[in-house]
Design a protein around this ligand. Structure first.
Ligand SMILES: [Zn+2]
Length: 247
């Protein structure tokens, strides 16, 4: 249940003061002063670029300006780009050459729409980052063992992904389990990212509700679900990114 764990978002499901207190505790894990940059996630492809710490704000809790997007890019020290998930795929991207970094939220809709392409493109446009230089962490998400989808999603992926058969494992009639982790990895590789620099957490949020929040597992049974937050940032101006991925 969100109230008994470190719930970091999901304002419909938990009291705002709990979430904000959890975020204060979370930010204390990082030495120094950090500003969290988030957004109201829409399962789309819009990307937010954060200029500096003053420009960073959660921007999704109804206090102040709400920014709607699914990826955040920056190159500013002590800004944490953060995305919230509970089964969707969180991707953290860091570029050692330019110091640019990104946090991306990719559920099936975002994956289908290629949100990670938009994030890489924006990193290139804003900071001169090149896909061949970046390192990517793909965080815990609903994996191929559990994430079942229906006909519409299956057909959509078959139309858009040449390797759809490698992403879909048929289950019952009209249904299949989908491997969104592989789909995102494939998209990164097709963008020019070195497969050796893509790290995928071997953990399924739906299998491991002892560790993670799972919208699909917990929403129906418990009525409400917390959110994990994955963040990436850099400490210094020397171009070296620092990343963390914490539930
Ligand atoms: Zn699983």
């Amino acid at each position: 249940m969100p109230e008994n764990a470190l719930n970091l978002a999901g304002f419909h499901e938990d009291a705002a003061e709990n979430i904000l207190e959890n975020r204060r505790r979370f930010l204390k894990l990082f030495p120094g002063e950090w500003a969290l940059a988030g957004c109201w996630q829409m399962h789309g492809v819009d990307v937010r670029a954060v200029k500096d710490r003053d420009d960073a704000k959660p921007a999704e809790d109804g206090t102040g300006e709400t920014i709607y997007c699914d990826a955040i890019v920056s190159n500013a020290p002590h800004v944490l780009a953060g995305v919230k998930t509970a089964d969707c795929v969180p991707l953290l991207i860091g570029d050692q050459r330019t110091g640019a970094f990104a946090a991306v939220h990719a559920g099936w809709r975002g994956t289908f729409a290629g949100v990670v392409f938009y994030a890489l493109e924006r990193m290139g446009h804003e900071y001169g980052a090149r896909p061949e230089d970046v390192t990517v962490a793909i965080g815990p998400a609903a994996a191929a063992c559990c994430y079942e989808v229906g006909g519409e999603v299956i057909e959509g992926f078959k139309e858009r992904f040449a390797d759809a058969d490698s992403l879909l494992t048929p289950t019952r009639d009209g249904h299949a389990c989908i491997d969104l982790l592989k789909a995102n990895r494939d998209q990164l590789i097709s963008s020019g990212v070195d497969p050796k620099r893509i790290y995928t957490a071997p953990l399924c949020t739906m299998c491991r509700t002892d560790l993670f929040f799972s919208y699909r597992r917990e929403k129906k049974t418990l009525g409400k679900v917390g959110r994990l937050m994955s963040v990436v940032g850099r400490t210094t101006d020397d171009g070296r990114p620092a990343s963390e991925d914490i539930e």
